[in-house]
Design a protein around this ligand. Structure first.
Ligand code: ZN
Length: 352
């Protein structure tokens, strides 16, 4: 998700950095009596130098090229004095290996490809715009074959800071996923926890739902692109049932219910799909996907259907690079995907 709010932090929001640095200073000072190596004194000096840069207006500008330091870099380390471009080769290599490690951890957290769980088939595709992603997805099987929970989420912003928040939100969600309370109350709880520990202006959209083996489902859509239900008789959308999480700790969420017959499916995407823009800056939009999904999709295997959706987004984007994290999840209830009479009818019509 693009984040105007987070992007403006350097220009207009120096004070969070000042508060952060002052807080770090207090911690360092209270520990300085245990400083045998001189490391604390060195850090204290660096914190003071950063505070001085804030006072003199040079905070956030690169000491080598005088360009702006990437805000992911500053967010992770407010003592940073050079931009990514100007980091020495060894520093850059260390940073790259951190990113590779983070990407690896993320890769193990998000299920990818196809799998079959609790009477449902699932297919997940997730691709980061950079090394790490602010998107996340999860499938959580209930105890005793008690249905399946599914989640797709998108933290505002890109790069390392968004990825860290996404991992954090994902962990929060996992920690309350099995609480014996209604789904909307669990989302209330995740929102409250996320809002209380995240930096100002950080927020995320998500769809969190569960389905049972007999096809009944319920989902909360917190400011996320609509979920699309593809049924044998037609398609429908389930839009927002609440605001993005992380904005207001006291927000309350509600849910929507749905039922899927055997072979019917649910399609979820992040805005990396809907906001994919072509050369003329036209976004793919919810409408792009909406015009694509069809009951005919239910005749094909899940990886093929997901591949068709992704190919259409890529076709729309053309030569433009993918500039946002992109995730797609398709869930289909097990069962015959084509009624016997439909097969027979099609065979007849094709021989005519
Ligand atoms: Zn530079």
């Amino acid at each position: 998700m693009e984040a105007q709010a987070a992007g403006a932090a350097i220009d207009t929001g120096i004070s969070p950095f000042r508060d952060d640095l002052l807080q770090r200073r207090r911690v360092l000072e209270s520990s300085s009596h245990r400083d045998h190596s001189g490391e604390l004194r060195r850090l204290l000096g660096e914190v003071d130098a950063a505070l001085h840069r804030i006072e003199t207006g040079s905070f956030g500008s690169c000491e080598v090229c005088h360009g702006a330091i990437e805000h992911e870099l500053l967010g992770a380390d407010p003592l940073q004095r050079v931009c990514l471009e100007c980091l020495s080769t060894s520093e850059r290599r260390a940073l790259e290996s951190d990113l590779e490690l983070a990407a690896e951890v993320q890769h193990t957290l998000v299920p990818r490809g196809g799998r079959s769980v609790a009477g449902w088939q699932a297919f997940v595709h997730s691709r980061a715009a950079g090394a790490v992603s602010g998107d996340f997805a999860d499938l959580i099987e209930g105890a005793n074959g008690d249905g399946l929970q599914f989640v797709i989420g998108d933290v505002a912003g890109k790069g390392v800071s968004a990825a860290l928040l996404a991992s954090h939100l994902h962990a929060l969600l996992r920690s309350v996923a099995t609480l014996p309370e209604p789904l909307p109350r669990r989302v209330d709880r995740v929102n409250r926890l996320f809002a209380s520990v995240t930096p100002d202006r950080a927020f995320a959209t998500l769809v969190w739902g569960h389905v049972t083996a007999d096809g009944h489902g319920e989902l909360v859509n917190a400011g996320h692109p609509p979920a699309m239900i593809v049924g044998h008789g037609g398609c429908r959308q389930i839009g927002s049932t609440g605001i993005p999480v992380g904005l207001f700790a006291g927000a309350r969420y509600s849910s929507s219910s749905f039922d899927l017959a055997p072979g019917e499916q649910l399609v979820l995407v992040t805005d990396g799909v809907t906001e994919s823009a072509d050369a003329g800056d036209r976004e793919y939009g919810v409408d792009g996907l909406w015009s694509l999904v069809s009951p005919r999709d239910l005749d094909a295997e899940l990886p093929e259907v997901a591949g068709r959706y992704l190919a259409d987004v890529a076709r729309h984007r053309g030569d433009r690079p993918q500039n946002d994290d992109l995730t797609l999840m398709v869930l289909r209830r097990d069962g015959r995907t084509v009624a016997p009479w439909t097969r027979a009818q099609r065979a007849t019509s094709s021989t005519l």
